[in-house]
Design a binder for this molecule. Structure first.
Ligand code: ZN
Length: 142
């Protein structure tokens, strides 16, 4: 809890109970490499016996995003998913069958993206790469 207080202050946010609780939940999910929707966060709060409304969850997540504490992802067809900002860059793979999200990092891809931007006369500032996948051997239609 002390960690979260510190992080909130460092991000320029006042320490409030909902903010601390929501940050805790997001950080726990980071250890499990999952990405949570606002509804997931809301349910986790309920499970923990915390009385925080869904509207508050949305508001706090938006504040976190603006403060750079969390990143919001809009994967194909799904709800917005949130994860705690990480210093190390990673890209994502989304399984269309299970909804499972896999994080990966590939140096060759990173390098190629930079080269391609440069070939077009640009400097790469940021990128988000998402691979939509399904288990090998399954022929489920998309
Ligand atoms: Zn991620």
């Amino acid at each position: 809890m002390a960690d979260q207080n510190h992080e909130l202050r460092r991000a320029g946010l006042k320490v409030t109970l909902p903010r601390v609780k929501i940050l805790q939940i997001l950080e726990r999910s980071k250890d499990m490499e999952t990405h949570l929707s606002a509804e997931d966060v809301y349910k986790a709060l309920l499970d923990a016996g915390e009385d925080v409304g869904l509207a508050t969850v949305y508001r706090v997540l938006t504040q976190f995003e603006a403060a750079g504490l969390v990143v919001r992802h809009h994967f194909d067809g799904g709800h917005a998913l949130f994860e705690v900002s990480q210093e190390e860059h990673h890209d994502h793979m989304v399984c269309l069958e299970s909804g499972k999200i896999v994080e990966f990092f590939d140096e060759a891809i990173e390098r190629r993206q930079q080269e391609i931007a440069e070939e077009h006369g640009y400097e790469l500032v940021d990128h988000a790469l998402v691979l939509y996948v399904r288990p090998k051997g399954s022929d489920a239609p998309r």
